[in-house]
Design a protein around this ligand. Structure first.
Ligand SMILES: Cc1ncc(COP(=O)(O)O)c(C=O)c1O
Length: 361
């Protein structure tokens, strides 16, 4: 008798493990997730509350108001936008729609974990290109592209490394990939990047028929708990994603709050100013404590803890937990000596540095 079993790749997916210890409900300084320390915009909260009276209805399956609001904000064609329950859903749907057993999915070594998961859920094989010192190496990616490569995922900038590659490198990657490969550019942290040579990928989508850009309301807009993401791509790719997504995948309050969030420039500016102040501050403070800090263009930083037998990552994490501070270990990314730390509010950042100083100084 044959036993019930999932696809072979599914057993290789490690369940997501929160930094928060189960059942420990004290009030943590949570720097383990890459969310907005200032919270959501008041306009989004108001819209969310107003939507409460409508939650007996199904959401707008065509996502009209939200697609139009995104299109207005970014000067895009609303017909080439699709929304989903977080950009994670789009990352997965792209794989399910375009790849299956026998196909390959090109990822980068320290790339966002959702990519490999998407490949495995679809039954496809992740193929991992090496990075150079925590930065994507596009030539290494191009070298691994084959007849079977259906999707190439690029997180730019990337989580958990916080690093990015310049527009000319993304362009080289696109040009070096076969025409049967969909390049998915995940620009979840695009708004935070303050570099002239950066592109979020809109120009690449516009110049090719095999590039999809995915974005999220979870980071800058502080709506992680509502789960809203969106994609911009060629009509054919957007049509396919609309075919495979659930008709009602973005809830009524999520659509309403996301539309309102886009209208709150003041909240966006405050968020970016906060990050512009505290990202360099944290970087400098942690460097002074002897940690290697990778250059981040995001709202978090990746640090390497010196490999000292008496003071490894585990000791640091335990000490921080004693001070009620949570950070993210990234051993599952193959970086057992590193921690990812999100920029928090001022008092949270100061508490983190003080706590680290107690054991590292
Ligand atoms: C690079 C990257 N892509 C995608 C996501 C998924 O974001 P969401 O599903 O909340 O839109 C994250 C979340 O941490 C991320 O860091």
């Amino acid at each position: 008798m044959e036993l019930l079993s999932p696809r072979s790749g599914v057993s290789q997916i490690k369940p997501y493990r929160p930094a928060h210890p189960e059942g420990d409900d004290r009030s943590w300084i949570d720097l383990s997730l890459t969310v907005n320390p200032l919270g959501p915009s008041q306009k989004a909260i108001n819209a969310y509350r107003l939507a409460a009276g409508q939650i007996h209805r199904y959401p707008d399956s065509l996502q009209v108001a939200l697609r139009r609001a995104i299109a207005r904000s970014f000067e895009l064609d609303p017909d080439r936008i699709v929304c989903a329950a977080g950009s994670d859903e789009l990352i997965q749907l792209a794989c399910l729609a375009y790849a299956g057993p026998g196909d390959e999915i090109l990822c980068h070594e320290n790339g966002y974990q959702g990519f490999q998961k998407a490949a495995r859920v679809a039954g496809a094989t992740p193929v991992i290109a090496k990075e150079r010192d925590m930065v994507v190496d596009v030539e290494a990616m191009i070298e691994l592209a084959t007849d079977r490569t259906k999707i190439c995922y690029l997180a730019n900038p990337n989580n958990p490394t916080g690093t990015y590659i310049a527009a000319d490198a993304v362009q080289r990657l696109r040009a070096g990939l076969p025409s049967h490969t969909l390049l998915v550019i995940d620009a979840a942290y695009a708004e935070y990047v303050r570099r002239n040579n950066y592109t979020c990928g809109i120009d690449l989508v516009d110049s090719a028929d095999n590039v999809l850009m995915v974005r999220t309301f979870s980071k800058l807009h502080g709506l992680a708990g509502l789960r809203v993401g969106w994609g911009y791509g060629p009509t054919g790719v957007i049509d396919v994603l609309n075919q495979v997504r659930g008709a009602f995948n973005v809830s009524v309050p999520a659509q309403a709050a996301a539309v309102a969030a886009l209208s709150d420039d003041e909240h966006e500016e405050r968020t970016l100013a906060h990050n512009a102040q505290w990202l360099p501050w944290l970087t400098a403070e942690l460097q002074q404590l002897g940690l290697r800090v990778y250059p981040s263009v995001c709202n978090f930083i990746l640090v390497r803890v010196p490999t000292d037998p008496s003071l490894g990552v585990a000791t640091v994490v335990e000490h921080l937990a004693r001070r009620s501070i949570l950070v993210k270990t990234v051993a599952e990314y193959g970086m057992p000596d590193c921690l990812r730390i999100t920029v928090g509010q001022e008092d949270e950042n100061r508490a983190l540095v003080a706590a680290l100083g107690e054991i590292l100084a």
